[in-house]
Write a protein that binds this ligand. Structure first.
Ligand code: AMP
Ligand code: MG
Length: 339
């Protein structure tokens, strides 16, 4: 299959809408990361997403809508609290788990009786949903297990020949996938941290939001995942990544002791010059939003440069930094050295 990379404009958005209506898949930008979209009503189309990504079938997808009326048939009810969250954070990088409605294709939910819903704010994503008139099931547009793409060229690197069209809407502003929260149980639970923080959710709900154990810790053998995507090693580049937790002086000392061919540093802005190995940086130390925006791109650049062994600076584990750490610790397959 020939893959066209087209600047997102009126004509290419119209083309994308036509492909989606015909049961094809298309890569589109959102404010979080690039996604591969298909009609959430069309099981055969959704299957093509799993094939293109090489994604395990038991990992459910998020359905993207551009207005609340689209919830009709997608969900069987809107849980208490969901309406307040939607009002506060939609359109934006928040996904809410709701009871599943009758029109969602089985393939979207991977056998669960719930469905994940998000209303994105990115103008291109919204234009494609509006032009197609379809709710779009869309996971990140990377090959399963790799870092999510935040520019169209990174989608092309993973998906060339696997789908007909990639819309180029420039670099994603958020850079990590949406926050996922479930209101299906007795207490709200944060299943995946993102740009919308736990504290912001608690502020709107007026109650505590629990952190799913798998956000920060590796699931034990046989332990059930609250959110199926948490099971897998994820977001990982080809290089072997280790997080070094401690201050910069201790980090420098450790990297000096482990320097050698193929060793790279993944550090904060301005730190590279003081290190004995080449480096890629991912935002300023105090700027967790910049770290979120740059992390996945930095992981991809390390692979392009042929890094074999990567020592990563540890982000602050709170606020948006919780999302950064959650992705980085999976990229590192939970290998963290306390300095
Ligand atoms: P991605 O599409 O790559 O952004 O990943 C979507 C993630 O949302 C999945 O990996 C799941 O962890 C989560 N998710 C989607 N649907 C559900 C659901 N019904 N219940 C719990 N988590 C979900
Ligand atoms: Mg993904």
């Amino acid at each position: 299959m020939k893959t066209i990379l087209a600047k997102a404009d009126e004509a290419s958005v119209k083309k994308a809408a036509g492909l989606l209506q015909a049961g094809e898949i298309v890569a589109i930008p959102t404010e979080t990361v690039y996604g591969i979209a298909a009609s959430a009503f069309n099981g055969a189309a959704v299957k093509k997403i799993f094939e293109a990504k090489g994604r395990p079938q038991d990992n459910p997808l998020i359905v993207h809508i551009d207005r609340l009326e689209m919830l009709e048939g997608l969900v069987s009810g809107v849980p208490q609290g969901a309406r307040a969250l939607a009002e506060a954070f939609w359109p934006g990088p928040l996904t809410i788990i709701m009871p599943r409605g009758p029109k969602v294709a089985d393939e979207v939910c991977a056998g669960l009786d719930t469905v994940a819903i998000r209303m994105p704010s990115h103008p291109v994503a919204r234009a494609v949903i509006a032009a197609s008139g379809l709710p779009l099931a869309a996971p990140s547009a990377n090959r399963s297990g790799g870092p999510s793409p935040t520019i169209a060229q990174d989608v092309m690197a993973d998906m060339d020949g696997r789908l007909p069209l990639i819309l180029d809407g420039g670099a994603c502003g958020v850079g990590v996938e949406s926050t996922v929260v479930t209101l299906a149980g007795e207490q709200p639970v944060l299943l995946r941290p993102g740009f919308v923080t736990k504290e912001q959710l608690e502020g709107v709900l007026g109650s505590e939001v629990l952190l799913a154990g798998a956000v920060l810790h590796k699931l034990k053998e046989g332990e059930a995942a609250r959110s199926p995507g948490m099971k897998y090693k994820h977001y990982a580049p080809k290089a072997h990544v280790t997080i070094l937790r401690g201050d910069f002086a201790a980090y420098c000392k450790y990297v000096c002791g482990h320097a050698g061919p193929g060793v790279w540093a993944l550090c904060f802005d301005g730190e590279g010059g003081q290190l004995p190995v080449p480096s890629v940086c991912y935002g300023a130390k105090e700027d967790d939003a910049a770290q979120a925006r740059e992390l996945f791109s930095a992981l991809r650049r390390l692979d392009e440069k042929g890094a074999q062994r990567v020592y990563a600076r540890c982000p602050h584990v709170g606020g948006v930094g919780l999302a950064v750490y959650n992705r980085l610790v999976r990229a590192a397959a939970f290998e963290v050295v306390e300095l």
